[in-house]
Ligand binder design. Structure first.
Ligand code: AQP
Length: 344
């Protein structure tokens, strides 16, 4: 039996173009976890500003992600939905973690290398320190489970390393403060199901991403039925018919991606999907995929649009969530200060 109360934490950045990858890799799982865990779902706006954001667009995007959470079925009364910057303890704990994490650890983060590109000298310090803030996001609530897409695996491992090093560095003080099993849990990534890394519809070697210059590469949660159908029709494939078993998808990245998307949307395995579509041509499979995608996304996207028009309601959800999150976060920060020897 773990000494830590189980708690789910995860976040989505309000950087525009929320897409099917964000939905299948993260938001859909957030919804499923609600029945079995206490959950905190955060619009991570302080992560967004590690890259410059237009202030008006940022405000809209924060509300859009919140609307997506609610429209997908997250219960903000039973669980906690809030935006990160309302809870200053995230930044406070991130500073402590900046002092625990090692330069070498952060230097290994592939996301920083990809996002900073060749011009590393010109990247923000925030972009480099991003994983320490992410560790703080989770651990300021002593979160134990983190549903994320596959791209966040390395950051989650870093969060575990930071938690472990904090527990080791301050072991005596932690014990003296009454914690027999360390102060921070080692948060577990929940990376499960057939769509942990949804790939670009134009290039099966790149993940579907908000910042891809080609809008055809992704299905946006803002897209209407016609746009979804057109993007799936134009999605890259190969000339072979679909295999009848999942192992036949090996080395066929684009086919694997489309079958994975179908499986995640229908709640079936790749094998089950291929038992229906194996041997067939892509054209009929794409039609079925477009229909399924529209059937699953249309109710969410129309509810999102309705909610986004009611900014007062969205803002009230975030405010209420912020109050409840701050109370929990302050409890952790008080203990962290006692453990590390800061007077309060
Ligand atoms: N393609 C994806 N497949 C599966 N899961 C994905 N996620 C993102 N892309 C995919 C998951 O969605 C959650 C929220 O992601 P985020 O907004 O915090 O940041 P991100 O990973 O940087 O998103 P993008 O779309 O890839 O943005 P850019 O273009 O800025 O790099 C996370 O759980 C993530 O794993």
């Amino acid at each position: 039996m773990s000494a830590f109360q189980q708690r789910v934490f995860s976040g989505v950045q309000p950087t525009g173009n929320l897409h099917l990858g964000n939905y299948l890799g993260a938001i859909q799982k957030f919804v499923d976890l609600q029945d079995n865990y206490d959950c905190m779902y955060c619009v991570v706006d302080m992560h967004a500003i590690t890259v410059w954001q237009d202030p008006n667009e940022l405000r809209d995007n924060i509300r859009e992600v919140t609307a997506a959470f609610l429209a997908a079925g997250i219960d903000a009364k039973k669980h906690i939905v809030f935006n990160q910057s309302r809870v200053p303890q995230h930044a406070e704990l991130a500073w402590v973690f900046n002092c625990v994490a090692r330069m070498g650890w952060l230097n290994r983060m592939t996301q920083f290398k990809e996002k900073a590109g060749k011009d590393r000298e010109n990247a923000s310090v925030g972009l480099f320190a991003y994983p320490a803030l992410m560790a703080a996001d989770i651990l300021v609530y002593r979160g134990t489970h983190v549903p994320v897409g596959d791209d966040q695996k390395q950051h989650l491992e870093l969060a575990r390393d930071i938690a472990q090093k904090f527990n080791n560095d301050f072991a005596d003080s932690i014990a003296a403060n009454g914690h027999a099993d360390g102060f921070f849990p080692l948060p577990e990534p929940l990376i499960t199901g057939p769509a942990t890394r949804v790939m670009s519809l134009r290039d099966g070697s790149k993940k579907m991403s908000k910042s891809d210059a080609s809008d055809l590469s992704r299905i946006n949660l803002r897209d209407d039925a016609e746009q979804i159908a057109a993007k799936i029709r134009k999605a890259r494939t190969d000339p072979e018919p679909l295999p009848s078993e999942a192992k036949g998808l090996e080395g066929r990245r684009e086919a694997d991606n489309l079958v994975g998307i179908y499986a995640a949307l229908s709640g079936d395995s790749r094998d089950k999907v291929l038992s229906e579509f194996g041997g067939g041509q892509f054209s009929s499979f794409k039609q079925a995929l477009a229909d399924l995608c529209i059937e699953k996304l249309a109710p969410i996207t129309s509810e999102m649009r309705r909610m986004q028009a009611d900014t007062a309601y969205i803002d009230s959800v975030l405010e209420d969530g912020g109050v409840r999150a701050r109370e929990l976060a302050q409890g952790t920060m008080d203990q962290v200060k006692d453990i590390i020897g800061l007077l309060r």
